[in-house]
Ligand binder design. Structure first.
Ligand code: FE2
Ligand code: ZN
Length: 319
C-alpha cells in the first residue's frame, strides 16, 4: 500500500493532536479538552505542569465527563476553579442533579465558580458607571444595615442578563418541585422571558439584579428579597471579591426558621467568582406529618476590613 493511501482514523488523529498539546503544555488548547490520568485519577487541562505518560492518558471534551468517569480535579492546576468558554457552557457543566438534591435538602447549594477574575473585576469596575443602574440604595437610610447597593437597568453588562436567563432555566424545574410540594398548582414557565411577562402582568416590571458594596464595618441584616406578590422562590449570589485577600469578615449567612423551633444559622463558604443558590423565602421540608414550610432569611456579617462586592440575581422583577 502506498503512503498516499494510508488512512488515519480521525479519532486517532485528534488524540495525537491533543497529546502534542499536552506535551507542549499548550495553554491555547485549554478548554478544548481535558486529560484524564488513569494512574493518578485526576483530570487536567493541556497547560498543566504535570508529566503523565501517554499510555495512562485519555481525553474527554467536558469536565463533567471526567467527573462522571470518577476522575478528580488535579490539585496542581485546579481545573474545577478554572473558568473559560461561554457562560451557558459553564452553567451546563454544573452538576444540576447534585444541586437539586442539595437545594431540596438544605434550601441552598453551591454552584461552583461561574465567573473569571476578569469578569469579577469588570463588574466591580462598572460599579461607578452610573448609567448602568436604575437606583442606588444606601442601606442605613432604610435600616437594612450598612453599605450600599445598586440595581442594574437595561444597560447592565451582558453577563448579568445572561446569568439571569440561563440560571433561571436550570432553577425553574427545582422551583416547580417546591411549588408542587407546597400545594401550589401554577408552575413557573420554562423560560425567563415568559416569566418576566408574568411578573409584568402582576405589576412587577423593574429589574432586580443588583451589585452590593461593603466596606469596613458594613453588614446586611437578615432579610428576604420580596418585591411584590410575585416571587420566584430561589435566587443566586455571586461573590466578586476574594475573601481573606480583598476583605475579612463579611460572611454570607442564612437562617432557617422551622415552626415552633428557634432559628438555625448557616454560613455559606464562598470564593471569588463562586455562586450559591438559596431560598428567597419559604422552602418545603418533608416531615412525619407531611410537608411543612421553613422560612429562610439571608444577610452578610460585618466586614472587618477591605471591600467586598457581590452580585445578586433575583428572578422576579419589582413593583
Ligand atoms: Fe438579599
Ligand atoms: Zn493538573
Amino acid at each position: 500500500m502506498s503512503a498516499a493511501l494510508k488512512l488515519v482514523h480521525p479519532a486517532e488523529d485528534q488524540d495525537a493532536r491533543r497529546w502534542r498539546a499536552v506535551e507542549r503544555r499548550d495553554a491555547s488548547a485549554d478548554g478544548e479538552f481535558w486529560s484524564c490520568v488513569k494512574t493518578t485519577g485526576v483530570y487536567c487541562p493541556p497547560s498543566c505542569a504535570g508529566r503523565p505518560h501517554r499510555k495512562n492518558v485519555f481525553f474527554v471534551e467536558r469536565r463533567a465527563e471526567a467527573q462522571a468517569a470518577g476522575f478528580r480535579p488535579c490539585k496542581r492546576c485546579r481545573p474545577d476553579e478554572w473558568i473559560a468558554g461561554a457562560l451557558a457552557d459553564r452553567i451546563g457543566e454544573v452538576d444540576w442533579s447534585r444541586i437539586r438534591d442539595d437545594i431540596n435538602k438544605h434550601g441552598w447549594a453551591r454552584l461552583g465558580r461561574l465567573l473569571s477574575d476578569e469578569e469579577c473585576a469588570g463588574l466591580i469596575a462598572a460599579y461607578e458607571e452610573d448609567e448602568r443602574y436604575r437606583s442606588t440604595v444606601v442601606m442605613r437610610r432604610h435600616g437594612f444595615g450598612e453599605g450600599e447597593y445598586k440595581y442594574y437597568n437595561t444597560e447592565a453588562p451582558d453577563i448579568v442578563a445572561d446569568l439571569r436567563t440561563t440560571l433561571y432555566e436550570r432553577l425553574a424545574p427545582i422551583a416547580n418541585g417546591w411549588m408542587r410540594a407546597l400545594g401550589e398548582t401554577k408552575p413557573f414557565p420554562a423560560m425567563h422571558d415568559a416569566y418576566r411577562k408574568h411578573c409584568a402582568r402582576a405589576g412587577q416590571k423593574r429589574l432586580t439584579p443588583l451589585i452590593l458594596k461593603y466596606g469596613p464595618g458594613d453588614y446586611n441584616r437578615l432579610h428576604q428579597d420580596l418585591y411584590g406578590a410575585e416571587v420566584f422562590p430561589l435566587q443566586v449570589a455571586i461573590l466578586l471579591s476574594s475573601p481573606g485577600k480583598d476583605f475579612d469578615g463579611g460572611e454570607f449567612v442564612m437562617t432557617e426558621q422551622t415552626p415552633r423551633r428557634q432559628s438555625r444559622a448557616i454560613v455559606a463558604p464562598m470564593k471569588k467568582g463562586e455562586a450559591i443558590a438559596f431560598a428567597v423565602n419559604d422552602r418545603p421540608v418533608e416531615g412525619a406529618k407531611g410537608v411543612y414550610r421553613v422560612k429562610m432569611r439571608h444577610g452578610v456579617s460585618e466586614l472587618r476590613s477591605g471591600s467586598r462586592y457581590c452580585l445578586g440575581v433575583i428572578f422576579h422583577d419589582a413593583a
